[in-house]
Ligand binder design. Structure first.
Ligand code: ATP
Ligand code: MG
Length: 284
């Protein structure tokens, strides 16, 4: 096809030889199938900031740090230079997350880099070599749903162990190839340790996936993976190959009200004695 304007710099630099077709145009990006040497790859062209929708919301940005303080100050000030830097940080967030996750053995498309606002990555294909369908478009047997749900839960654990929460995980952001689920669409991934919304986002991600697979395997609907994963993470006990059970026993011991009251009484008595000493001293 005719080369889209935003892909021209990659063609000029020899990163892309030909643009084969447009796969889709979404809220955040337009995605193309491109020829790079012998390989067919996927090119995700980010829309300009003013054409994008929700993902730049502050709750996702919290805890993201710029590695460069001049850049960080410019981004805070909102100057043209600052906005450009912010745009570039946004565009690189997805490729950074993909490199981190590929290293952590999470099934994601292999990234090749982000150039001029275009992410080049592996094209996920099905057994026939066609572009892989989204999970939303796949009919699953109960056994497949249980197996793929377990794979996604393990991927979520590995992601968290690598410090990230996807933040927008759903049947629309998972592709299915002959090996199983492949997680995509990560520009909004949040830093688990530095973002106060991380727990809520993890719960939403886990529950979205469980609800979806639960349509094919209702037995999944009673599971409590989000609580189990977060509680192990908080205790520092979550590792990449943690064997999850899907069960979570909420802490049952009730608060020890008596000893709290004893502490309050003791503090009150101590304060009374202190005031008495002050009064005595004043009377002398
Ligand atoms: N690596 C890939 N291999 C094959 N298809 C892909 C790949 N990456 C993206 N796609 C296709 O492009 C679509 C959009 O990609 P993605 O979800 O990353 O972008 P988006 O603009 O955030 O989309 P949306 O707004 O629909 O969430 C995917 O649903 C999928 O069909
Ligand atoms: Mg998407």
């Amino acid at each position: 096809m005719k080369i889209p304007k935003r892909l021209q710099p990659l063609v000029d630099d020899g990163l892309v030889d030909q643009v084969i077709s447009q796969l889709m145009s979404g809220k955040e990006a337009t995605v193309y199938m491109v020829q790079c040497g012998q390989e067919i790859r996927c090119a995700k062209v980010y829309k300009e900031a003013n054409q994008r929708s929700f993902k730049k919301a502050a709750q996702y940005q919290e805890g993201r740090k710029s590695r460069n303080s001049r850049r960080a100050r410019a981004m805070e000030k909102g100057s043209k230079y600052g906005r450009d830097q912010q745009e570039s940080a946004w565009q690189h967030a997805e490729v950074d997350a993909l490199f981190t996750l590929a290293d952590a053995n999470v099934r994601v498309p292999t990234p090749y880099g982000c150039f001029d606002g275009v992410l080049l990555m592996e094209l996920i294909t099905d057994a026939n070599g066609d572009v892989a369908p989204r999970l939303n478009d796949v009919e699953l047997s109960q056994a497949q749903a249980i197996r793929d749900h377990a794979t996604v839960m393990q991927d979520i654990v590995r992601m968290l162990c690598a410090g990230l929460v996807h933040g927008d995980l759903s049947e629309f952001n998972v592709l299915v190839d002959d090996q199983g689920p492949v997680i995509i669409d990560l520009p909004q991934a949040v830093n688990a340790a530095a973002n106060n919304n991380a727990k809520a986002m993890l719960q939403r991600d886990v529950n979205n996936m469980t609800q979806y697979y639960g349509q094919f395997a209702p037995v999944l609907l009673a599971s409590q993976y989000a609580e189990e994963i977060w509680s192990l993470y908080e205790k520092g006990k979550l590792v990449a190959d943690t064997q999850l059970t899907g069960h979570f026993d909420a802490p049952t011991h009730s608060a020890d009200v008596d000893s709290v009251l004893d502490e309050i009484r003791a503090a009150f008595d101590e304060e009374q004695e202190r005031l008495e000493r002050i009064r005595d001293a004043a009377e002398i």
